[in-house]
Design a protein around this ligand. Structure first.
Ligand code: P53
Length: 478
């Protein structure tokens, strides 16, 4: 027996990348809506170019997504057919609180997700809900500076009260913030942060992060009070850093780069700011303003489980400028370098299935809490035939190799793992590039980068494969 009989197999999406319906039933505008496709995207998502509304010069792929707002019944039925035990999805904050600072939630928004969760439960699919997958009502950015401002913690708390109470009995797995560490590289897309010239970006980022830590602890507290069955996890973009060589400088660089991500989980899971970070703040003159009781909250309400995305391992050197950069719009801002011994995807992402086992062991050794892989998958240019059918053996190969090593981590290393959800079980808009043509799905969606297409759903070859994997509880990977 490899996996526990209750192992949660499934897939993961985010509201802003698939729902569309950006102005339907009272929904407010959000940061994620106004991130355009094209060369300005990187400037906008990193908070360097101001974009608080749509303009005529850009195309905004999230406005339509794959129109899951109107197709969710059909899509969840397909997930049910694949045998999903869990479906990870996110709530669009601005459907529930269109501006973010209202006293009362928008009933139509609440109702929408209630219907979605009920639809999942019809097929015995447990919803795993990300409370914020990058989104923030744009009003909160404009009026308050989003997470820079302490007041947002209260607004987030209001959101938590509304959803935990309304969805009691329907949802028991929650994630407070998607890829909480991604705020470092894409602060506008990830947290609605925009920086004016002359602002102290580092200071403000870490202040915003502190607010998220407090908000996350409060969410855990409220979730447990509302329903003791609730399990609340933290979530980060993972992928162990390898040293470029056995030079001690490279080993040290890898450890230090790793800490910049582990920092978040050290706080959220161990409940304390780690010393290496306090020292860094001291050296760099970063002063985080805290309220009385913040550190107690953070210590008391730590995560019940640790979830993460894994697409690849990462590589670091003591002198990164000497080497080729790791290719990807977001990590280009970071100092990751290309690992010369591993192959890359068409989009330049390193492929490292054994790295998943390395990463699982690293995280488990550090925290000894249950883990959940909530994103893993291959983004590729699919070529459908005239019927929309895609023979995506490359995707099957990628997933098979990762699942094998995940199995070894569980069976041979004893890592405690609750489940595995692949990213984008149905094609959706890419967060990094805004492209529709970077596809991850078992289900093809007829839509191009600029919104043309019938939106028709067609099963790919990987659909039947994943169905078999789930039916055999991970035994049959052929
Ligand atoms: P895409 C990179 C850039 C942006 C978001 O990424 C990312 C990453 C990878 O760490 O994180 C997650 O769509 C994210 C998803 C996203 C997925 O990676 O750029 O949680 O929203 O779609 C894949 O190929």
């Amino acid at each position: 027996m490899a996996f526990d009989k209750n192992f949660l197999w499934g897939g993961a999406t985010a509201a802003n990348q698939c729902e569309g319906g950006f102005d339907k039933d009272g929904r407010g505008l959000a940061n994620v809506d106004v991130c355009p496709i094209g060369e300005d995207r990187i400037k906008v998502i990193s908070g360097k170019m101001k974009m608080f509304d749509f303009d005529d010069k850009h195309y905004y792929p999230a406005k339509l997504g794959i129109d899951m707002y109107n197709h969710y019944k059909e899509d969840i039925k397909l997930f049910g057919e694949m045998g999903f035990k869990v479906y990870r999805l996110s709530i669009a904050w601005s459907r529930i609180f269109p501006k973010g600072d209202e006293d009362r939630p928008n009933e139509e928004g609440l109702k929408f997700y209630e219907d979605v969760f009920k639809e999942c439960l019809k097929y015995n699919i447990k919803p795993l809900v990300t409370i914020t997958h990058f989104d923030c009502p744009i009003h909160l950015t404009k009026e308050y500076g989003s997470w820079k401002n302490r007041k947002i913690v209260k607004f987030y708390e209001n959101l938590c009260h509304a959803i935990f109470n309304r969805y009691k009995g329907l949802v028991e797995y929650w994630i407070t913030f998607n890829e909480i560490n991604a705020i470092l590289h894409a602060p506008f897309m990830v947290a609605g942060l925009y920086f004016e010239d002359g602002e102290n970006v580092e200071q403000l980022k870490y202040q915003a992060i502190h607010h998220q830590f407090v908000a996350s602890a409060l969410a855990t507290k409220i979730a447990h009070e509302v329903d003791p069955n609730n399990k609340v996890g933290c979530m980060f973009a993972a992928g162990t850093y390898y040293p470029y060589s056995s030079e001690p400088e490279d080993v040290f660089a890898a450890q230090q780069r790793g800490n910049m991500s582990y920092f978040f989980i050290d706080v959220q899971s161990r409940g304390k700011y780690p010393n290496y970070m306090l020292k860094k703040f001291e050296r760099e003159n970063i002063n985080i303003i805290m309220e009385d009781g913040d550190l107690e909250l953070i210590e008391k309400y730590t995560a019940d489980f640790i979830s993460f995305s894994y697409y690849r391992s990462r590589c670091a050197s003591g002198d990164p400028s000497k080497y080729e950069k790791d290719q990807d719009s977001v990590s280009n801002i970071a100092l990751d370098i290309k690992n010369p011994v591993l192959k890359q995807t068409e989009f330049g992402w390193t492929i490292d299935p054994l790295g998943l086992r390395v990463t699982l062991n690293d995280i488990y050794n550090r925290y000894q809490k249950p883990l959940f892989i909530v994103e893993n998958g291959l983004g590729a240019y699919d070529k459908p035939d005239e019927n929309g059918y895609v023979e995506d053996d490359y995707r099957i190969d990628y997933l098979r190799d990762h699942i094998k090593h995940m199995r070894d981590a569980v069976v041979l290393d004893g890592v405690e793992l609750w489940g595995y959800t692949t990213w984008g079980p149905i094609d959706l808009v890419s967060a990094g590039s805004g492209e529709m043509s970077k596809r991850y799905g078992f289900i093809y969606v007829d839509r191009d980068d600029f919104g043309k297409g019938t939106l028709k759903r067609t099963k790919k070859k990987s659909f039947e494969w994943y169905k078999k994997v789930i039916a055999s509880n991970g035994e049959d990977l052929d």
